[in-house]
Ligand binder design. Structure first.
Ligand code: AMP
Ligand code: MN
Ligand code: ZN
Length: 758
């Protein structure tokens, strides 16, 4: 194939991939088991297709590994995918490696190695392994919170006491600022730095254009890992000398009920620090308020919404004089406002946002994670310089965009953390049952409604008692399965829970009793429809429903803010098996990340939620530049999720609703950033190797012609493959013939009721 044929080939490939992805999304949102029981034809066709897909996948894997030392896993049953998914990822990895090498040869970066050397060259270089929050099963990392001087008390439902012991840079004394007040009808402590934040003014330098100060080359500098109080004090002294510092946090909330700030990255113009915030003495880090609360030292953060909450909750830290680069990007009307985008735009640095899913509690910190963490703040002051200059440039005598950023940043800094309290009766709040049900309820009987609530509360209690995230008790879709099935005997319960988490296994008898009790009580209890939100009028569709958006203290999200519920959509197809989980994991590892909001705060911004409704009003001089494109109020992760429709989709603006997987196309066209980075290092290694080996012969470099090669798609593979039915099977045929209304009869899973096509 010559280079002129590449573009059409690539187009063809992309569109084929999009088609497949779409179909997969469509299929996984269908209740295939239900269809299976309704038609023997369908069941047979389904089995045939499953076998064919497995056989094809095996053949593709085999073809991809011919002549390499990578073993292609044989996939003969659904379960074998589960057992072998790491093998699948290895094959993909080696393919990327090869493609990379070919590109290097094509661009002349390296000369092709002679066959003898090629043999010596290792074909597979594995991506640096890092623990992710998606590693299944119980955590292998011991709980750091068990060693904290102040251990978390998840049974404490009282108002949150700020951790502040002293108050540097106070204009209102500490005692006065901690006086309990009535806030929103409940006793609470006010924000201890509220007055100081409101009155603060940026230093003059923020209003002055100045050539950006170049960051120091990443490779030539090292960051200091701070894990002693002496180290903290040394760092503090240096920070006091700085005019501006950059701050970021990494957080973990899977194996902790409230969540744990796991790392704090801080950079000045010439140094980076990575602070271990999981030490028993973590609350002593509040001595950093000497800098954090000093209005004369500018604190640059990106998308600070959650950082502000986490800092005060875990470390007793408050920020005065903050410049949030997210709000700067927003004021300037940038098409994207993620840190990833800003780093690419100003620094040409490709941030590997995959590490957002890392389990940041791991110690010692793998070097790749350390570097990632440091890169989140290393360039940020330079980015600030660029943004500040642009903001000044775009300001008018009437409206200063710097002031706009200051107001927005103050609003972020004024947020107040409050503990999520479990509201059993009304289910309100970010961890309540109401929101879950109003999105997914479908039809629930009185008993089912009662069981749902009881099981939901039980899950919250277990998670609190064990100091784990809810999903470690069981994932959301299991709540729906339990409510739907209302199992009254142990056998049915275990089947409904399968695959069971260790936390539930130990308490199955307890859970069974809860379900039985709730079912009986439910018969005379309230109906879900007495609680359900009224259907929305179409005129309001694009408006965020503020009653249901309860974010200000939502420090935990049930689903990844990045992947949304794309994974959950798949989990809904019953029975959930480990092989599904395994392939999802493989998907996570192998798919390029779609261009989604990269921080939780961005997601919130997209939701159009102001986190500070209670304490501040919108800034008066909040200019929205005329050129700023309209931001959609809602976002969904439908790019990968296919056409599955949920109630929440009703709030999506029309142009989003028809969105095809554009981002997928984009991701396919654009190599994943992760891959780019890995590539870079591989390139460096290869270049080194090439120099070492001197010039090599190019004689045997005839590239493999994929165009002319025989397709492996339709080779006769496994003997088990049956002849294909001529007529393509339409799984909807039966449903379409049925009188309307007949379809929704007996469901075996409430969570699935929303996946039916209208
Ligand atoms: P960042 O500010 O991008 O470094 O993110 C800080 C923390 O927010 C991470 O350590 C994660 O705990 C969490 N986080 C950020 N983005 C995501 C995401 N897309 N999905 C899940 N958690 C995220
Ligand atoms: Mn951050
Ligand atoms: Zn970060």
């Amino acid at each position: 194939m010559d280079s002129t044929e590449l573009a059409p080939f690539q187009d063809k490939l992309s569109s084929a991939l999009v088609q497949v992805t779409r179909t997969v999304g469509q299929l996984s949102s269908e209740d295939l088991n239900f269809h299976r029981t309704s038609s023997a034809d369908f069941a047979e066709s389904l089995d045939q297709q499953s076998e064919r897909i497995l056989a094809l996948t095996s053949a593709v894997l085999k073809a991809a590994t011919v002549g390499t030392d990578v073993d292609a896993p044989a996939l003969d049953t659904e379960e074998s995918l589960e057992d072998n998914w790491r093998g699948v990822v290895d094959v993909i990895d080696s393919l990327l490696e090869k493609a990379d090498a070919c590109l290097d040869e094509f661009t002349g970066v390296i000369k092709k190695l002679s066959p003898s050397q090629e043999e010596q060259a290792p074909v597979v270089k594995k991506a640096p392994y890092f623990p992710t929050i998606y590693d299944y099963g119980p955590s292998k990392i011991p709980k750091p919170q068990l060693l904290f001087d102040h251990k978390p008390d998840n049974a404490d439902f009282g108002p949150f006491h700020p951790l502040l012991k002293t108050k540097p840079h106070a204009t209102v004394a500490l005692e006065k600022s901690l006086e309990q007040q009535q806030l929103n009808g409940a006793a609470a402590h006010p924000h201890p730095y509220e007055t100081e934040i409101r009155n603060a003014q940026y230093p003059q330098s923020v209003y002055q254009t100045c050539p950006p100060i170049n960051f120091l080359p990443f490779e030539d500098t090292t960051a200091t890992f701070v894990d002693t109080m002496d180290g903290v004090k040394e760092m503090l002294e240096e920070l006091k000398q700085a005019k501006e510092i950059a701050i970021d946090l990494e957080h973990h909330d899977v194996h902790s009920y409230h969540g744990l700030v796991s790392l704090m990255q801080i950079s000045t113009r010439n140094k980076d620090w990575v602070v271990d915030t999981l030490k028993p003495w973590r609350e002593e880090l509040q001595i950093l308020n000497e800098v954090f609360a000093d209005p004369k030292i500018l604190k640059v953060l990106h998308g600070s919404t959650m950082d502000i909450i986490w800092l005060q909750r875990d470390l007793g830290l408050y920020v005065i004089g903050m410049f949030d680069t997210f709000h700067a990007a927003s004021a300037l009307g940038y098409p994207k406002k993620s840190l990833k985008y800003l780093l690419k735009k100003f620094v040409d640095f490709e941030a590997d946002k995959r590490y957002q899913m890392a389990d940041w509690r791991v110690r010692p910190l793998p070097s790749a994670m350390f570097d990632y963490a440091r890169s989140d703040t290393h360039y940020l002051l330079y980015v600030y310089d660029c943004l500040r200059n642009e903001l000044i440039e775009a300001s008018t005598p009437e409206e200063s965009l710097i002031d706009y950023v200051q107001e927005r940043s103050k609003n972020e800094a004024l947020q107040r953390y409050e503990r999520p309290v479990y509201d059993a009766e009304k289910g309100q709040g970010p961890g309540g049952w109401y929101d879950l049900l109003s999105r997914n309820a479908g039809m629930l009987s009185k008993e089912q409604f009662a069981v749902f609530k009881a099981v939901h509360q039980w899950r919250d209690e277990v998670a609190r008692a064990e100091d784990e995230g809810w999903q470690c008790v069981f994932p959301k879709h299991v709540l729906f399965k339990l409510a739907q099935a209302m199992p009254l005997d142990m056998g049915t319960l275990l089947r409904t829970l399968s695959p069971m988490t260790p936390l539930t296994k130990d308490r199955a008898a307890d859970l069974l009793a809860i379900i039985k009790e709730a079912k009986i009580a439910g018969a005379t209890g309230p109906e879900w429809r007495d609680f359900a939100p009224p259907p929305k009028a179409p005129a309001n569709m694009a408006e965020p429903d503020m009653d249901h958006v309860d974010f200000p203290i939502a420090e935990r999200y049930e689903t990844s803010q990045f992947w949304g519920d794309v994974l959950e959509a798949q989990e809904l197809s019953a029975p959930v098996s480990y092989s599904t989980a395994a392939s999802l994991e493989a998907l996570r590892l192998s798919l390029p990340l779609p261009p989604m909001p990269t921080t939780v705060s961005q997601a919130r911004e997209k939701l159009g939620v102001s986190a500070n409704t209670e304490t501040t009003s919108a800034p008066k001089a909040a200019p929205v530049p005329a050129s700023a494109p309209e931001e959609p109020k809602y976002f969904t992760v439908k790019d990968l999720g296919g056409p599955r429709k949920r109630k929440v989709a009703a709030a999506v603006t029309p142009d989003q609703e028809v969105s095809t997987p554009d981002s997928l196309v984009e991701s396919i066209n654009e190599p994943d950033s992760t891959e780019k980075q890995r590539k870079k290092s591989r390139k460096e290694k290869k270049a080194k190797k090439a120099t070492q080996s001197g010039s090599q012969s190019e004689a045997d470099s005839t590239p493999f012609d994929y165009g002319a090669a025989e397709s492996i798609l339709n080779v006769p593979v496994a003997s088990a493959m049956r002849p294909q039915p001529k007529r393509t099977f339409n799984p909807y045929a039966k449903a379409l013939e049925a009188p309307s209304g007949a379809r929704k009869q007996k469901r075996d899973d409430a969570g699935k009721s929303m996946t039916f096509r209208k």
